[in-house]
Design a binder for this molecule. Structure first.
Ligand code: GLU
Length: 321
């Protein structure tokens, strides 16, 4: 009898499953998607994917309602540049908020004697799988350095969850990953075969950061992966959450409200979130306009001044510290 009653309850509007495309099942995007789902009390699923570039295409095509994406790739999708040049500007892309910083991270076999980006010349390098953010950022960095794939002896295109083993088997000398820290696959490479983190520095990196609003210089703290690991200087992006204009506004509102209403619980899910400030999350790394479901929540909180949708300066004094 109870079962019959439960089955006969109407499905409430906005209670369809919320699906969030992440990236590799072992990366920080997936932890982020899972954390969102833990905070939401309607059905919610974090779905692994190829990564940022694939996610942005899938959001545009309507295959995925909500996704994680790097800030540089969000910018390119909005502008119709780089990996999005073929499809043109995406006027339907909307932003919800940004999350953690993702330093571009170069991990090497110690025996390979690689001390910086320039030492990758004529080496075996995993540049990341098609559709991933790390591959797209690597291609930007290579262009800034004046390199093509021909500058490497061997180019692999493995996804993030396979590259540590490939490195430790000696099949590649280096791998790159645009990811929040600490990350499990980098930890795996360090634990399995004493892999090392190497800086990505130089005039070409500074020029790249100077030219692009979505890049900034970044550091990976000393000692994060191994005792004698120095502070690593590199550059990076932000993880952002995006949706389509067509994504249900109630779903977006539910997600945004769950994260900001439970902000301390959210930031406990991963150390990379510990420095997050709500006021910055509404602005940093966002190139697309805010989604109407997110705007509804930000307006209710008094965090957005209307008309131009600028984040209200008042939030900077009142937001959670
Ligand atoms: N930044 C990566 C990408 O866009 C994903 C990193 C992660 O999984 O945490 O593909």
């Amino acid at each position: 009898m109870l079962v019959v009653l439960a089955l006969s309850l109407p499905v409430q509007a906005g209670e369809d499953q919320i699906v969030i495309a992440t990236a590799s099942a072992t990366g920080v995007y997936h932890i982020t998607g899972q954390a969102f789902c833990r905070l939401i009390d309607v059905p919610c699923h974090a779905r692994p994917s190829e990564g940022s570039v694939a996610n942005l295409h899938n959001v545009r095509n309507g295959d995925v309602p909500i996704a994680l994406a790097q800030s540089d790739q969000q910018y390119y999708a909005v502008e119709g540049q780089e990996g999005f040049a073929d499809v043109g500007p995406d006027d339907s892309l909307r932003a919800l908020f940004s999350v953690h910083s993702e330093p571009f991270t170069l991990v090497v076999r110690r025996e390979a004697g690689i001390l910086g980006f320039d030492d990758l010349e004529q080496r075996a390098v995993n540049i990341g799988n098609p559709g991933s953010g790390q591959r797209a950022t690597m291609l930007q960095l290579m262009a800034a350095r004046g390199w093509t794939l021909d500058n490497f002896a061997l180019v692999n295109e493995l996804p993030a969850d396979q590259q540590s083993l490939e490195l430790c088997h000696g099949n590649i000398d280096a791998m790159v990953y645009t990811v929040g820290h600490p990350d499990l696959s980098i930890r795996q490479a360090v634990d399995l075969c004493n892999a090392a983190l190497v800086g990505v520095e130089g005039d070409f990196v500074e020029a790249l950061v100077d030219e692009a609003p979505y890049y900034s210089l970044a550091e990976i703290p000393a000692g994060l992966y191994y005792d004698d690991q120095p502070e690593v200087q590199t550059f990076g992006v932000r993880a952002t959450v995006v949706a389509s204009e067509a994504t249900d506004a109630d779903q977006v509102y539910t997600l945004v409200a769950a994260v900001f209403d439970n902000f301390e619980r959210f930031t406990d899910f991963h150390p990379a979130y510990s420095v997050l400030k709500p006021e910055r999350m509404l602005k940093d790394g966002l190139s697309a306009p805010l989604h109407e479901g997110a705007l509804r929540y930000y307006r209710e909180q008094g965090w957005i001044e209307d008309a131009n949708h600028e984040a209200n300066d008042a939030i900077e004094e009142t937001a959670t510290d």
